[in-house]
Structure formats: structure tokens, C-alpha cells
Design a protein around this ligand. Structure first.
Ligand SMILES: NC(=O)C1=CN([C@@H]2O[C@H](COP(=O)(O)OP(=O)(O)OC[C@H]3O[C@@H](n4cnc5c(N)ncnc54)[C@H](OP(=O)(O)O)[C@@H]3O)[C@@H](O)[C@H]2O)C=CC1
Ligand SMILES: CC(C)(CO)C(=O)C(=O)O
Length: 294
């Protein structure tokens, strides 16, 4: 007899969460988009619309709620700065599992501390998605790749995402998965935000600064237990399409709340803890946001 499919709650139905909730609902999963009042009201009124070359265009009437159903299998897709606000309701819902798709490396400790006894796994997602409005999502990348560590093998959310059409790869430790994404994201996000240019121009404008950032990111990764060289980071970063922009850059340009602290701040904190100097990253963080960590 096959396992009954659990209710899946997507907490944070923005660009990433909305896209995944839409995909899951289209695939026939029992999915609920869990958000704040205005977004929930908008989804109830309009459904979630996705505009995507990869998946096609369409509206799905995804059920929406401000509360997490008890015992649900949860996908967390808030921004890092929104995580603290959802932790109490997440803990109260006693989820059967929690799959985090947040960018960054510091949030997993926070999640685990709030959810003792709950299976929690940190995965990463490579996708380019942007909200055109509260309920309309532009899926701009031809890919939607989710990297899940070995510990997430068997998660109902992972199986459902794969069945719904996301490209899911399972392998490695959580630290390896999160740092692989973080090394790429942090290098690109800091340089694109500093130069206010797409990746290609941001990497080539000041080669010395670029090399310094890549070396500091690699050194922090190594210090955190996931060895990497600047050369390895450079190969991955240089394989990204030159015209790509990052969500940190977009958020800073729009004056929106942003993940500068979860990206640059985290690297500076990791450097401080491990005796790794991060002068280039500090210069960029000060210049773009003035938000140096405590
Ligand atoms: N967009 C992308 O292409 C990519 C994003 N990521 C990562 O995925 C994560 C989500 O990003 P993204 O989807 O772009 O972000 P969005 O801002 O589009 O969506 C975030 C969602 O989280 C909700 N949220 C934020 N703060 C709170 C809060 N305090 N309480 C409850 N809900 C909250 C928002 O609520 P509301 O609806 O009320 O605004 C929104 O629904 C981030 O860590 C990002 O770095 C990773 C790869 C690519
Ligand atoms: C790496 C990138 C640009 C796309 O996946 C991203 O995660 C972001 O901009 O937040």
C-alpha cells in the first residue's frame, strides 16, 4: 500500500514559495500556502499565477491560510529576516518534517533550536523567480533545481517536489549543500550589489576586488568545514550567465528589506569566529548597506 500523501504547507508564498505551491497544487498535492493576512487574502481572491517558459503560464487556486495545519509537512520559503516571525507558529503546528529552502548558512541552527524532535533539513534552490505582485510570479530561469542533502532522502516534500516537476538531486551533507549554494550566491550577491551591475560586469570591473571576495568566501567555507579554493569558486561564479542579477541587488535597489546580513554579515561573523580576515567583504557590506554585524 502506498503512503498517504501528507498536507504540505508552504510557509512564505512569495517568489520561490509561491512557485512551488503552484507546482505542487498543479500536480494534485494537498498544498496550503501559509502567509501573512494580505497575501493570504490576495491568494484566496486570485489564486497564484505563474508565468514561466519552463512550466507554462496558469493560475492555480491554491488554498491559503495564515496558520500552519497541525502535523503538516512544511516547506519554509520566507526570507531569512522573516524566519524568526514564523518560528512560534511552526513549533506550535508540530510539523511532521521541515524542508528549508532559504539562502544562507546560519538559519539552520535557529530552525533546529525552535523545533526539537522535528526532522529538519536544509536544502538549496537554484531558480530565478520574482514577484510581479502578491499573487503573480515570474519564473525567469529555465531551471528549478533543488539540492537536498542525504538526510532529506525520504522526505514527503522532496518526493512531492520531484513528482511535481522540479529537478531534485539528493546527495552530500547539509553543510556541503548549503555552502555550495552560499559560495556562489554570496560572491555574486555582494559584487552585483556593490557595482549595481549584472554578474558579468560586476565580476570584471575590479579584478582585484573580485579575487579578494572569492578568496574570502572560499576561506570562510573552508573554516566552516567545507573546504573550497578561490579557484573553485571562480569557476562556478564565471559559469553564471553574464546578464544575471541577484535578489540582494534587486532588494537593495528597491529599498526593500534584504538579506545583506544573512549573506555578508554571516561571512564576517564566520571569519571573526575562525580567525579568517574578511576585509573585502567588510568594505562591500559597509558600502552597500552600512549594516556591519553586531
Ligand atoms: N527569488 C529567487 O529567485 C530566489 C530566492 N532564494 C531564496 O529563497 C528565499 C525566499 O525568497 P523569495 O521567494 O525571493 O522572497 P519573497 O520576498 O518573494 O517571498 C518571501 C515570502 O515570505 C513571507 N515573509 C517574509 N517575512 C515574513 C514574516 N515576517 N512572516 C511571515 N511571512 C513572511 C513573505 O510574506 P508576504 O507575502 O507577506 O510579503 C513572502 O510570502 C530567500 O532566502 C531567498 O534568498 C533562493 C534562490 C532564488
Ligand atoms: C544565486 C541566485 C542569483 C539564483 O539562484 C540567488 O539565489 C539569488 O539571487 O538569491
Amino acid at each position: 500500500m502506498s503512503d498517504p500523501r501528507p498536507v504540505i504547507a508552504v510557509v512564505g508564498p512569495g517568489a520561490v514559495g509561491g512557485l512551488l505551491a503552484w507546482l505542487l497544487h498543479r500536480a494534485g498535492e494537498q498544498v496550503v500556502a501559509v502567509g501573512r493576512d494580505r497575501t493570504v487574502a490576495a491568494i484566496r481572491a486570485n489564486g497564484i499565477e505563474v508565468r514561466s517558459e519552463a512550466f507554462g503560464n496558469g493560475v492555480e487556486q491554491v488554498p491559503a491560510s495564515t496558520g500552519i495545519p497541525h502535523g503538516a509537512a512544511v516547506i519554509v520559503a520566507t526570507k531569512t529576516y522573516g524566519l524568526a516571525d514564523v518560528l512560534p507558529s511552526l513549533a506550535a503546528a508540530q510539523p511532521s518534517e521541515v524542508l528549508s529552502l532559504l539562502n544562507g548558512v546560519e538559519h539552520m541552527a535557529t530552525l533546529r533550536e525552535a523545533l526539537p524532535g522535528v526532522p529538519v533539513v536544509g536544502a538549496s534552490i537554484a531558480v530565478s523567480a520574482l514577484r510581479a505582485s502578491a499573487t503573480v510570479i515570474d519564473h525567469r530561469s529555465p531551471f528549478t533545481r533543488i539540492e537536498v542533502p542525504e538526510s532529506g532522502d525520504g522526505f514527503a516534500t522532496v518526493r512531492a517536489l520531484a513528482d511535481a516537476g522540479a529537478s531534485v538531486r539528493i546527495g552530500g551533507t547539509e553543510a556541503e549543500v548549503l555552502w555550495a549554494k552560499f559560495r556562489l550566491l554570496a560572491s555574486m550577491a555582494l559584487l552585483t550589489s556593490y557595482w549595481r551591475e549584472p554578474v558579468g560586469v560586476a565580476l570584471s570591473t575590479d579584478p582585484e576586488l573580485t579575487e579578494a571576495v572569492l578568496a574570502e568566501v572560499a576561506a570562510c567555507s573552508t573554516a566552516a568545514g567545507v573546504p573550497a579554493t578561490a579557484g573553485e569558486v571562480a569557476v562556478v561564479v564565471r559559469s553564471v550567465p553574464a546578464g544575471m542579477r541577484t535578489s540582494l541587488q534587486e532588494d537593495l535597489a528597491a529599498g526593500n528589506p534584504n538579506e545583506l546580513d544573512a549573506i555578508g554579515g554571516a561571512l564576517i561573523r564566520i571569519g571573526e569566529t575562525n580567525g579568517v580576515p574578511t576585509p573585502a567583504i567588510e568594505t562591500i557590506v559597509s558600502a552597500v548597506g552600512g549594516t556591519l554585524p553586531r
